[in-house]
Write a protein that binds this ligand. Structure first.
Ligand code: GLN
Length: 548
C-alpha cells in the first residue's frame, strides 16, 4: 500500500506548487523511497494537447504519448518517476468517461451526479497508482476557493478518510507576502486560505509558505498556532535563483523528516543522500562563463511555452560548466540578408517545435545564416522540417520546396503527411505521439553524441520527411543520421560538411534532466562553445592586426 501526499495551493496561482511537489519527491527518493506523482487539473479540456502554449505553457509528452501538463516535466526532472497517461487527469477527462458510460447505459437508470460519480472517478485515478511506488504525490491544479476544483478537493478529503491518517497527508502551498511599507511578512492570506480549506473539510498537515525572505521563528509559530499545524511543518519556500535549489531549501528545514514522521515511514528510511544533487546545484551556481543561444521561434513572449527546452539548454550548459543564456528572437522580424548581422552575437542557433505557418519564413532565413556562416544549428521537430525546406530551396535549387502544412499545393513536398498516405489518420490519431525507437547512422554527429546506435525519443508531430527527396538532398550534402528501425520515418538529418548542423523530428528536451543532460543538448552546447572560442579568437586577431 502506497502512502499519499496531497498538494493543494492557496492565495494565488504560480506559487510553484509543481516544483514543491517535485522537490518533496526528490527528497523522499534521497531517503530511499520510490515515488510517483500525479497532476489533477480542474479545467474541462480533456488534455492540454489542444491548449495554446501561450495560455497554458508547454504540452509535455510522456513515453506512452500522453499530452500532459508541464508540471509532469518538473516531476520527471526532479525524480526517477516514469510517468504516463495515468499521471495527469483533468475534469474534461473525468466527464468524458462518465458521459460515455452514461450513454452506454452503465448507470442503470440512476441519476449521475458530481458526488459520488465524479468524485469516485477521481479517487479511482489516484488509487490506480497505489502499486507504482512507496509514495504517491497528488497535486491539485488551481487555487483553493475555485469552483472548478471543488470535486477534486472533496475527492482528496474522502481519500484521506479512506486511506487513514497515517497513510496520507495534506500539504498546502501558500503565499506570505512581505509588505515593504510595514516592513513585515503578512500571515493573514495564509490563515484565510487555510480557513477556506478547512471549510471544505481539509486540515493541512504541512504549510509550504512561499516568501521573499525566510520566515522568522515567531512568524512560523504564529502560522502554526492559527492554522493548527506543527511548527516544524511550517516551511519557508524562499525565492531562489534556480528551481533546482528548492529540494535543498526543503532539506535544510527537514521537510523529509516531517513527512516521514507524519506518514510513519521513519523506520524504513535511510539517511538522506543528496550529494549528487548538491554538487549539481553548486556547479549550476558557479559557472565558468556563459554560452549564448539564439532561439528563433514564434512564441517569444512567454517562457513557459518552451519550459522543457529552456531546462534542457540549461542542462547542456551545465555539462560544460557554463551558464546558458537564451535570447528569444521573433522569427517574424527576420529577413534576408538583414538577419546576418542580427544573428551574429549568438554562439549557436536553435529553431524549436511549433505549429502553423507563422514565422516559418524567418526561421528559414536563420537556418540559412547558420548553414552559410558555419554557426552551430539545432532544429527540433519544426526546426528539422524547416531545415530540410531551407536546404531543398537554397542548396538543391527546388525553389518552391515546402511542407504541405504551409503550402498544400507545393510541387516539392519535402515534408508531408506520410501517415495520412498510410491510412493512419483514419484511426483518429492525427499526431505521431510518444516514444519511438530510432537507429542512428554510424559515424554521424548524432551517433557520436549518444555513443550508441539504438535510441528512443518522444514525438509530437503530424508531418514527416519525404524520402522521395532523400537522393537529391544527399547528393547536395545532407545526410540521414537516424531513422526508425523499419526505415519508414526519417528522424534525424545532418549536414556533415559543417561544424554542427542537426535536426531531429523528435523532442529530445522532454528527456533531459539536470543530473543527466541530454546527449544532443550536451553536444550542441559543446559546438556552440567551440564556435564562441573561434569567434573571440578571430575578433582578437583583428584587434591585434589593427593595433600593430
Ligand atoms: N508542425 C509540425 C508538424 O506537425 C511540427 C510539430 C512540432 O514541431 N512539434 O509536424
Amino acid at each position: 500500500m502506497a502512502k499519499y501526499i496531497f498538494v493543494t495551493g492557496g492565495v494565488v496561482s504560480s506559487l510553484g506548487k509543481g516544483i514543491a511537489a517535485a522537490s518533496i519527491g526528490c527528497l523522499l527518493e534521497s531517503r530511499g523511497f520510490t515515488v510517483t506523482l500525479q497532476k489533477m487539473d480542474p479545467y474541462l479540456n480533456v488534455d492540454p494537447g489542444t491548449m495554446s502554449p501561450f495560455q497554458h505553457g508547454e504540452v509535455f509528452v510522456t513515453d506512452d504519448g500522453a499530452e500532459t501538463d508541464l508540471d509532469l516535466g518538473h516531476y520527471e526532472r526532479f525524480t526517477h518517476a516514469k510517468l504516463s497517461q495515468r499521471n495527469n487527469l483533468t475534469s474534461g477527462r473525468v466527464y468524458e468517461q462518465i458521459i460515455f458510460r452514461e450513454r452506454r447505459g452503465d448507470y442503470l437508470g440512476k441519476t449521475v451526479q458530481v458526488i459520488p460519480h465524479v468524485t469516485d472517478e477521481i479517487k479511482t485515478w489516484a488509487r490506480r497508482l497505489n502499486e507504482e511506488a512507496d509514495v504517491v504525490i497528488v497535486e491539485i491544479g488551481g487555487t483553493v476557493g475555485d469552483i472548478e476544483s471543488l470535486p477534486f478537493m472533496e475527492a482528496i478529503r474522502q481519500l484521506r478518510q479512506e486511506l487513514g491518517r497515517r497513510n496520507s497527508m495534506h500539504v498546502h502551498v501558500t503565499l506570505v507576502p512581505y509588505i515593504a511599507a510595514a516592513g513585515e511578512l503578512k500571515t493573514k492570506p495564509t490563515q484565510h486560505s487555510v480557513k477556506e480549506l478547512r471549510a471544505i473539510g481539509i486540515q493541512p498537515d504541512m504549510l509550504i509558505c512561499r516568501a521573499e525572505r525566510p520566515l522568522p521563528d515567531e512568524v512560523k509559530a504564529k502560522i502554526a498556532l492559527f492554522c493548527d499545524v506543527a511548527k516544524e511543518a511550517v516551511i519557508t519556500a524562499k525565492d531562489v535563483e534556480s528551481v533546482y535549489e528548492v529540494p535543498l531549501v526543503f532539506a535544510e528545514q527537514a521537510v523529509d523528516e516531517a513527512v516521514l514522521e507524519l506518514l510513519e515511514l521513519r523506520d524504513r528510511a535511510r539517511p538522506r543522500n543528496l550529494g549528487r544533487w548538491m554538487d549539481m546545484v553548486r556547479r549550476l551556481k558557479n559557472p565558468q562563463g556563459e554560452v549564448h543561444i539564439g532561439l528563433v521561434g514564434k512564441y517569444v513572449e512567454y517562457e513557459d511555452s518552451y519550459k522543457s527546452l529552456n531546462e534542457a539548454l540549461l542542462h547542456g550548459g551545465l555539462a560544460h560548466e557554463r551558464r546558458t543564456r537564451i535570447t528569444w528572437i521573433d522569427a517574424e522580424r527576420l529577413s534576408w540578408p538583414g538577419c546576418v548581422e542580427q544573428l551574429q552575437p549568438y554562439d549557436a542557433i536553435l529553431v524549436p517545435g511549433g505549429f502553423g505557418k507563422r514565422g516559418v519564413g524567418g526561421m528559414i532565413h536563420a537556418i540559412r545564416y547558420a548553414r552559410e556562416y558555419k554557426v552551430p544549428y539545432f532544429g527540433i521537430c519544426l526546426g528539422m522540417q524547416t531545415m530540410v525546406i531551407e536546404f531543398a530551396r537554397n542548396v538543391c535549387g527546388l525553389k518552391e520546396a515546402d511542407s504541405t502544412e504551409f503550402n498544400p499545393a507545393t510541387p516539392h513536398r519535402v515534408i508531408y503527411k506520410l501517415r495520412e498516405l498510410k491510412g493512419v489518420d483514419e484511426l483518429g490519431g492525427t499526431m505521431r505521439l510518444g516514444a519511438y525507437p530510432c537507429r542512428l547512422t554510424e559515424g554521424s554527429l548524432a551517433h557520436r553524441a549518444y555513443g550508441m546506435t539504438e535510441i528512443s525519443e518522444r514525438h509530437r508531430h503530424r508531418y514527416e520527411f519525404n524520402r522521395e527527396y532523400e537522393e537529391i538532398l544527399a547528393r547536395h550534402g545532407m545526410r540521414i543520421a537516424g531513422q526508425t528501425p523499419d526505415g519508414t520515418y526519417v528522424e534525424i538529418c545532418e549536414i556533415p560538411d559543417h561544424p554542427w548542423f542537426l535536426g531531429c523530428q523528435f523532442h529530445p528536451e522532454f528527456k533531459s534532466k539536470p543530473l543527466e543532460p541530454h546527449p544532443l543538448f550536451k553536444a550542441f552546447i559543446g559546438a556552440a562553445l567551440e564556435h564562441r572560442r573561434r569567434r573571440i579568437e578571430a575578433a582578437e586577431g583583428v584587434r591585434e592586426e589593427t593595433s600593430a
